[in-house]
Write a protein that binds this ligand. Structure first.
Ligand code: 13P
Ligand code: SF4
Length: 310
């Protein structure tokens, strides 16, 4: 049997099981095309969290990295939340441990601790606020503090300081996403602009300052998609993980969208496959289990933060 036929069979089995189990598949925009196509919803981290809250389902399958699966479970303590590959972590989230946060609290007392959603649950439980790339600037400007602690992405911290005029202490000082830090560099930008000199440059705030400064737009993955739609230009280079290009081309076929670097791939995001989703639905595992007390605390912080940045 051809591979194409195999894929069709897998998709049909996923669709059938999805109905039987009353399951909802949430996917991030960096997922493989075939995973985005089978998902019930594709979005950025904030939209995934909001959708997880609304999903009318018994089972939620998260096609993304493990902190995203944790968020879905935190927001849905009474649903079964499945992560088809628990080894799909986020190297950026690995930068911030609870002990680093505790130490920062005693070194910088009276500053709020704002954590990026790209953190694990034990760190999140120590936060005052939890934000995403699209909501961080809004939250920081709303707070009555001139100095805040933000982690773990140093580039997002720098971007928010620039936008809000506040002092943002990056925690740790060197936290970064390897995909955005090393694969969306000034070198890649110059190289792609030499090939496509008329393209507009859209970048994620996890990219370094020297790249951001040369961009025409900075925003979360969903904000970048919106920019492709509303900017009165035809040609774009997306300075982020390459998966977003598939989504942009699908949504806006009349525009010419290319990756700023086609090799900017988050190997963790790409660990989720159709076959793993099918297995997960068949076996109803691997389940995301979080201690109820911790998840109650984090849910409260997340909901308050979401409310403040609505
Ligand atoms: P978004 O919230 O913009 O989707 O970003 C998530 C992420 O992991 C970026 O690398
Ligand atoms: Fe984490 Fe970077 Fe992958 Fe996003 S792209 S999930 S920040 S490693």
């Amino acid at each position: 049997m051809s591979t194409e036929n195999n894929v069709d069979i897998i998709i049909e089995r996923i669709e059938n099981l999805k109905r039987r189990r009353r399951a909802f598949i949430l996917a991030h925009s960096y997922q493989k095309p075939e995973v985005q196509d089978i998902a019930d919803f594709v979005g950025d981290s904030l939209e995934m969290a909001k959708k997880a809250l609304e999903a009318d389902a018994d089972v939620i399958i998260v096609a993304g990295v493990s902190f995203m699966a944790e968020v879905a479970a935190i927001l849905n303590p009474d649903k079964i939340v499945l992560h088809p590959d628990p080894s799909a972590g986020c190297p950026l989230a690995d930068f911030l441990t609870p002990s680093i946060i505790r130490e920062a609290r005693s070194r910088y007392p009276n500053r709020p601790v704002i954590l990026y959603i790209n953190t694990y649950v034990d760190s999140k439980a120590l936060a005052d606020y939890i934000v995403t790339s699209s909501s961080t600037p809004k939250l920081v400007s709303k707070l009555g503090h001139d100095e805040v602690i933000f982690g773990p992405d140093k580039n997002l911290a720098d971007y928010v300081a620039e936008l809000t005029g506040k002092t943002v202490i990056p925690l740790p000082p060197n936290g970064c996403c390897p995909v955005h830090e090393y694969l969306i560099s000034e070198y890649h930008l110059a190289e792609s602009l030499s090939k496509y000199p008329h393209a507009k440059i859209l970048v994620h705030p996890e990219t370094p300052r020297n790249v951001r400064k040369k961009a025409d737009f900075v925003g979360s993955t969903s904000q970048m998609l919106k920019a492709v739609d509303v900017m009165p230009y035809k040609e774009f280079l997306l300075g982020t993980e390459e998966g977003l290009v598939y989504r942009a081309r699908k949504l806006y076929p009349e525009k010419i969208v290319r990756p700023l670097n086609p090799k900017a791939i988050c190997t963790n995001m790409k660990k989720i496959t159709l076959l793993k989703i099918l297995k997960s639905l068949e076996e109803l595992k691997p389940k995301v289990n979080i201690d109820r007390r911790v998840s109650d605390r984090v849910r409260e912080i997340m909901l308050t933060s979401m409310e403040m940045t609505r």
